[in-house]
Design a protein around this ligand. Structure first.
Ligand code: UDP
Length: 323
């Protein structure tokens, strides 16, 4: 099978490239390195079956050529990370909406299977946990830029499902829940790489808000397992799937855990959301996936639990600091 991965030089994309190559599939990456990094795929250069180009998915001619040659398109290229979204809302909305529009339009001409990466952010402030795919979505007002990310991804979801309904383009929509693991950078605000870096550097560990908000973290290898299983399952087409791990932890407890696991002497400090992001910033209190749907269809089960995830991330940071 030949797989086109947009955003393949990103954190999730680079792990997905590895998995397909291990299976003997061919992989082609299109990535403009906006949040991805060439370092993420440097070890794959020269591997049989792997190639890439540094360009944007909005380069339609290039994309058309590569979609033509692919059996499946995994569309991961997007503006991600709450910090980036709050700081650059125009870029976020344009990239996420236009990029997906181009991918779907071109793929539709050739009827190629497209996987659209969405996010647990679409559940917004809903308190009906665990979140299941058909639940109502509760977003905040348009004056708060954070919600632009969820809205841009929701448009992607609507458009993908519309292409399936109206034009019979095979699509699969996945909502990823706080994916973490080695190679994720803290540069765009993500909490685990931030805390680990701070703890190892002896800097204050910055808990935003009162720290009672919770998240459920999924190991990137489990996300990759889920993506591959869905692509291999014809009955996944035309549907939306949560990909996550049901284990929930508060950000306070996460900070403590990372401090203990790194043997750090960093103090844990609390920073009001207004200072961390922007005035009036709204966070979601809890975020837990219901994974019954993907489990029933593919047998997917998370295999790496939080302590082991943290061990691997800490080891990754420690080794990249030595280099
Ligand atoms: N967070 C934090 N300190 C940081 C970065 C994030 O306390 O240095 C919090 C953030 O406010 C949120 C949670 O950790 O409540 C997860 O943040 P992240 O950006 O990783 O993902 P999100 O779930 O917000 O998309």
């Amino acid at each position: 099978m030949r797989v086109l991965i947009t955003g393949g030089a990103g954190f999730v994309g680079s792990h997905l490239c590895e998995r397909f190559l291990e299976r003997g599939d061919e992989v082609f990456v299109v990535d403009n390195l906006s949040t991805g990094s060439i370092d993420n795929i440097a070890h794959l250069k020269g591997r049989p079956g792997f190639d890439y180009i540094i360009d944007s998915v909005e380069n339609e001619q290039l994309l058309a050529e590569h979609i033509d040659r692919a059996d499946v398109v995994v569309h991961l290229a997007a503006a991600v990370g709450v910090k980036l979204i709050v700081e650059q809302p125009v870029h976020t909305i344009e990239t996420n909406v236009h990029g997906t529009e181009v991918v779907l339009r071109i793929a539709s001409k050739k009827k190629k299977l497209v996987v659209i990466a969405s996010t647990s952010e679409v559940y917004g402030k809903s308190t009906t946990v665990p979140f299941s795919e058909d639940a109502d979505l509760v977003l905040g007002p348009s004056s708060k830029h954070r919600w632009a990310y969820a809205c841009s991804k929701l448009i992607d979801e609507f458009l993908a499902l519309a292409y399936w309904k109206e034009r019979k383009l095979p699509v699969i929509v996945v909502r990823l829940f706080n994916t973490v693991g080695p190679r994720q950078t803290g540069q765009y605000g993500m909490v685990i790489p931030n805390f680990v870096r701070q703890a190892l550097a002896g800097e204050p560990i910055t808990v935003f808000g009162d720290g009672t908000q919770s998240r459920s973290f999924t190991y990137v290898g489990d996300v990759v397992n889920a993506l591959v299983a869905l692509i291999d399952e014809p009955r996944a087409v035309g549907r939306v799937f949560n990909i996550g791990n049901g284990y929930e932890i508060s950000i306070n407890d996460l900070a403590e855990k990372i401090k203990v696991m790194t043997g750090s002497r960093s103090e844990i400090v609390r920073i009001p959301y207004d200072q961390a992001y922007e005035s009036g910033f709204e966070d979601m209190p809890r975020r837990v996936p219901d994974i019954a749907r993907i489990q029933a269809l593919t047998g997917y089960k998370p295999t790496v639990e939080l302590d082991e995830i943290l061990e691997r991330v800490i080891a990754h940071f420690a080794s990249s600091q030595i280099k």
